[in-house]
Write a protein that binds this ligand. Structure first.
Ligand code: FE2
Length: 419
């Protein structure tokens, strides 16, 4: 089997290095693309949704250094190791003196990163390469054969893959291209008609225990009853979304939640990916072709109207669903529906109606800030994957989360309703 078809969770020891090196090559390729677009030290203004690029590339290397290279107890058993003080098993020896004080995302706030003295481009490149060698050396020495001894290798690899998608979002916001990436979206097969899939009442467990790796927020002992519902087999496409956007109903307050209304009045014309379409066209019939022109990754792009709507905020998705007489699916409805072979997913992330929250008996895993700080009631659970997600990362059980006002994420949605 090609390495691209193997989920990072299920990598065998003999497959890890190939997958790790493939991921690292992509990180370095993107670092170089950033440099050619942003200049030698990748400086950008302080933007809320975006990380300072040089900090983020160093942080990716630091994470591997922290949890693998410096980790003197490089094994995690989720049944027995939940009370371990991981800080006491971390060697102080770091590549950059004081690395923890400026590369640990838990310790250093987003805005402060702009004021730090950060490594140069060449120091960053060197750091990524040295840590990559050190990870492989430790892996070869330890040759992890169990889920426990493999845990930190998979965690750090997954962390790098997540940042890889974040770099792609950053490029989109900062108006430059990642060569080959747009094509992955533009060539999506949208020929199958969206239909409704119906489900009877049934019980489901959100937790799939057979994976060899889990994030802390996925663990759930028990089952939940799902009431009968129906759900769209595909995501809402641009054409359908524009029928709402370009109708007189769009600003009708009755379709928007209280928070959504606030976003609509204060942020729609500043932040919506579709603000220019709303300004340019007065009604859906003004769009007299199958394509719409948008500025995407810094260039004009003609998007076919049958492509899924993306860069949609949660508020816009929620209002569309209400306007269509539907609602957003819950994360468990989404998961249950995904078992159906006619359920199409993976071209854009999908908003669910759930506020991101912990399952009962949640206990944080060693990287404590992975989920816990975000159970703050201010994030929505997002399911699926996007065209920009690493092939080795896509997984039905993964629980992603974003703030509902985000429009930089490659996120769309589908609708559902009770039956
Ligand atoms: Fe991170």
């Amino acid at each position: 089997m090609s390495i691209s078809n193997i989920n990072f969770r299920d990598l065998e020891p003999g497959e890890f290095i190939e997958c790790f090196l493939k991921t690292r090559r992509e990180t370095i390729k993107i670092l170089k693309i950033f440099r050619s677009n942003l200049g030698s030290e990748l400086r950008i203004p302080n933007l809320k949704e975006v990380n300072l690029p040089i900090w983020e590339f160093c942080h990716v290397a630091w994470f591997h250094e922290r949890w693998i290279v410096r980790n003197t107890r490089c094994s995690f058993d989720k049944s027995h190791d939940l009370a371990v003080d991981w800080a006491s098993f971390c060697s102080n020896k770091t590549h950059f003196k004081g690395a923890d004080s400026f590369l640990d995302s838990s310790k250093i706030e987003h805005d402060v990163r702009w004021d730090c003295k950060l490594p140069t481009f060449y120091e960053t490149l060197d750091y990524l390469k040295k840590i990559s060698d050190a990870v492989i050396e430790k892996f070869k020495k330890n040759l992890p054969q169990t889920n426990e001894t493999f845990y930190f290798y998979k965690l750090s690899l997954a962390h790098e893959m997540m940042h890889l998608e974040a770099f792609k979002m950053t490029a989109q916001i900062l108006n430059f291209e990642i060569p080959g990436l747009k094509r992955k979206f533009l060539s999506i097969d949208f020929s199958s008609e969206s239909s409704f899939l119906s489900f009877n009442e049934q019980t489901i467990s959100p937790y799939y225990e057979n994976y060899a790796f889990h994030f802390d927020n996925e663990i759930f002992n028990g089952e939940t009853v799902i009431k009968p519902f129906k759900i769209q087999s595909s995501c809402v496409n641009l054409k359908s979304f524009f029928e709402f956007l370009l109708s007189d109903d769009f600003f009708n307050a009755s379709f928007w939640s209280t928070e959504g209304k606030k976003w609509l009045t204060t942020n729609f014309y500043k932040k919506s990916f579709y603000r220019n379409i709303k300004k340019e066209f007065k009604k859906i019939t003004d769009l007299n072709s199958d394509f719409v022109k948008v500025k995407w990754f810094g260039k004009d792009e003609n998007l076919h109207l049958n492509l899924p709507a993306l860069h949609v905020s949660f508020f816009e998705a929620e209002a569309y669903a209400k306007w269509a007489g539907m609602r957003l699916p819950t994360e468990l409805e989404w998961l249950l529906a995904s078992q159906n072979t006619n359920f199409h997913w993976g071209s854009v992330w999908e908003w669910t109606s759930n506020t991101f929250s912990e399952f009962p008996e949640f206990i944080p895993h060693p990287y404590k800030d992975y989920s816990k700080p975000w159970f703050d009631g201010r994030h929505k659970t997002v399911k699926g994957a996007s065209f920009a997600t690493c092939a080795n990362f896509r997984n039905l059980h993964f629980r992603n989360f974003y703030k509902p006002n985000r429009t930089d994420v490659f996120t769309g949605f589908r609708t559902a309703c009770f039956v």
